[in-house]
Design a protein around this ligand. Structure first.
Ligand code: HEM
Length: 137
């Protein structure tokens, strides 16, 4: 590799490659957990259609193998376990406590730069705190 070159990983196309993730065009919120954990955690739920795509491998979010979200090798992200905990806690709090709705659902919500996809910072969301009567934390 030439000196001063900037190597880049095309994360968007790697994430949509069926060799890396099964049925990548479909949203499966539980695609990375063990199927037995999914069955156990949803066993008391009413009927649901959640599934793990056939052939998908369970993974730790902070795993360094595969798509290099956290960088590679010796330079990989030292804060990834902290980042993972904050991201999961934040998502869990929002899903549990708030009803969320986009102000303009049909407006464009992201732009791309090189291989990255960025959400527009000015996308507006309406948050409604769920009633405190038994729902949420
Ligand atoms: C979603 C959040 C994060 C992502 C996607 C991310 C991603 C990355 C990536 C891709 C690298 C490698 C950069 C390179 O190869 O030059 C890196 C390095 C690093 N990250 Fe993160 N990071 C995140 C959050 C954090 C947080 C919260 C901390 C600290 C609390 C942190 C600390 C570091 C450090 C210290 C390095 C340099 C490691 C080294 O060179 O030895 N990161 N991160």
């Amino acid at each position: 590799m030439a000196q001063q070159s900037n190597p880049c990983a095309p994360l968007a196309s790697m994430s949509l490659d069926p060799n890396n993730y099964k049925r990548p065009d479909e949203f499966h919120g539980f695609r990375f957990i063990h199927t037995s954990d999914l069955a156990q955690s949803l066993s008391k739920s009413q009927s649901h259609s959640f599934q793990v795509p056939e052939g998908e491998r369970p993974s730790e979010f902070t795993d360094l193998s595969g798509v290099p979200l956290w960088g590679v090798g010796k330079l990989s992200c030292a804060g990834r376990h902290y980042a993972s905990a904050v991201i999961k806690t934040t998502v869990a709090l929002f899903l549990t406590n708030w009803d969320m709705q986009l102000v303009a659902p049909n407006a464009r919500q992201h732009f791309t730069w090189r291989s990255w996809i960025y959400p527009y910072a000015d996308t507006k969301v309406i948050l409604r705190l769920r009633s405190q009567t038994g729902e949420g934390f």
